[in-house]
Ligand binder design. Structure first.
Ligand code: ATP
Ligand code: MG
Length: 187
């Protein structure tokens, strides 16, 4: 597939399998730069960590399949590609106190803000939509992952009890939407 992201600024692709996701990532990788901050959003189990893991693999992080794991408990992991690009992988999920928005004074957010401002890493943040509203302009890329329609009208409405804590079928087709905001304001 050829990504038209730089021209269209937005593309949305169905990724029914991991090879489909890899094909999307192969087109995206050349557009990513050191210093980019990437917001990853989408419901539980939609594929945020998987995307980071496959992206790390595509960027040349050694043994990414085993070393790139969910930072839900660590909050922040970092990796290094063979060519020296540092990747910071953050998961804000655990910082949600139930209000759906993390306070600006949260120390992890302050640390993250410094990392983004320094522009020395590629920063990927799961559950970025939990960051305070003022963070909207921090991201140069928005990646929205969701469960998509695979075209056979067989999409779960979450009420069939097929499983997952939010009622989603884990085998359901994923839809990945990429939105580029290269000229966005910086922290
Ligand atoms: N494009 C895809 N095609 C098929 N399966 C996928 C795809 N993306 C992710 N998966 C599978 O979905 C499951 C959940 O993925 P993952 O843990 O990456 O979700 P997540 O969004 O990070 O979840 P959480 O909200 O808990 O952080 C994994 O088993 C993964 O292999
Ligand atoms: Mg995850």
């Amino acid at each position: 597939m050829m990504l038209e992201i730089s021209r269209q600024r937005k593309c949305s692709v169905l990724c029914p399998s991991l090879p489909d996701l890899d094909a999307l990532l192969a087109d995206w990788v050349p557009l990513l730069c050191r210093g980019d901050a990437v917001a990853l959003t989408g419901p539980l189990g939609a594929g945020k960590t998987t995307l980071v893991q496959r992206l790390a693999q595509a960027l040349g992080v050694p043994a990414a399949a085993s070393t790139v794991t969910s930072p839900t408990f660590a909050l922040m992991n970092d990796y290094q590609t063979q060519s020296g690009l540092g990747i910071v992988h953050v998961d804000l999920y655990r910082l949600d106190d139930g209000t759906g928005q993390i306070p600006e004074s949260e120390p992890v957010l302050m640390e993250l803000e410094e990392i983004i401002a320094a522009r020395q890493h590629l920063v990927l943040v799961e559950w970025a939509d939990l960051a305070p509203a003022a963070w909207q302009g921090y991201w140069q890329w928005y990646v929205q992952l969701d469960y998509g329609n695979d075209g056979d009208d067989n999409v779960s409405d979450g009420s069939d009890g097929s499983d997952g804590s939010d009622g989603k079928d884990p085998s359901e087709v994923r839809q990945v939407t990429l939105l580029c905001q290269k000229e966005g304001p910086r922290p």
